[in-house]
Design a protein around this ligand. Structure first.
Ligand code: ADP
Ligand code: MG
Length: 230
């Protein structure tokens, strides 16, 4: 079986006046199907840069990003966007839901872009909202939902395209402890149920035991994974 996500010697430099900032310094990382990794590290250490590169949103300056065995750095922007749409689910800290749309409708936009028939998409959207515990809120708009519920819609939306890779950046930053734990537990369940390769940036180290292993970033360099006790 191919590995859903692999970064091979991925380096990312941002121009900074006359010099450059090395946000990622020869990073190697693989995430397997059904594996849930925590990514921790100080602010500015390169965590979001790593997710952006893994998501194929930013091409690395050097190195490879393989999604399901395919080297995306060899692709043009359009082909990369296709791989991203078909294989990658992205969950940012802020759900960025559209204010005028219901929970179900938030999930249908991406499927529309994927050219999928609406009827099947509606059914899948309802199923996924059920998975994330929102079966009773299908018709609600963002302002009618709590912060935790909005993040659940965000997670369900990221699952619509049946991604092999799920990238999550500080999903609990805006939530209290109890709701944060529920979100991480949900991501654990989703990873198990859909066999996604899930990489989550988090500052909540107390939830790391819910994940399979933790990797630490420091100055753009990634440490070896430390497995959680079984
Ligand atoms: P983290 O998510 O761990 O806080 P980031 O990946 O956001 O770290 O940032 C890593 C480094 O790259 C930092 O030095 C940051 O200032 C720099 N950086 C991030 N994004 C950009 C950008 N768009 N342009 C220039 N420098 C950036
Ligand atoms: Mg960040």
């Amino acid at each position: 079986m191919t590995t859903p996500l692999s970064l091979v010697n991925a380096t990312l430099e941002y121009p900074d006046g006359g010099s450059t900032i090395t946000a990622l310094d020869s990073v190697n990382l693989s995430v397997g199907a059904g594996e849930f990794l925590s990514l921790v590290g100080p602010s500015g250490s390169g965590k979001s840069s790593l997710l952006a590169v893994a998501a194929t949103l930013i091409a690395p300056t050097a190195g490879l990003v393989l999604i399901d065995g395919q080297d995306t750095t060899a692709l043009g922007p359009r082909e990369r966007a296709t791989v991203r749409r078909e294989s990658v689910g992205i969950i940012f800290q802020q759900p960025n839901l559209l204010p005028s749309l219901t929970a179900v409708e938030q999930l249908l936009i991406g499927e529309h872009l994927r050219g999928k028939p609406l009827r099947a998409a509606r059914q899948r959207a309802a199923e996924l909202l059920d998975v994330v515990g929102l079966a009773g809120e299908l018709g609600k708009r963002p302002h009618q939902l709590s912060g935790g519920q909005r993040q659940r819609v965000n997670i369900a939306r990221a699952l619509m395209g049946s991604p092999k890779v799920l990238l999550v950046d500080e999903p609990t930053a805006a939530l209290d402890m109890e709701r944060s734990e529920a979100i991480v537990r949900l991501l654990r369940r989703v990873t198990d149920e859909f066999s996604t390769a899930t990489l989550m940036v988090t500052h909540d180290t107390e939830f790391v035991p819910l994940t399979d292993a933790v990797v630490t970033m420091r100055d753009g360099r990634l440490g070896a994974p430390v497995r959680s006790a079984a």
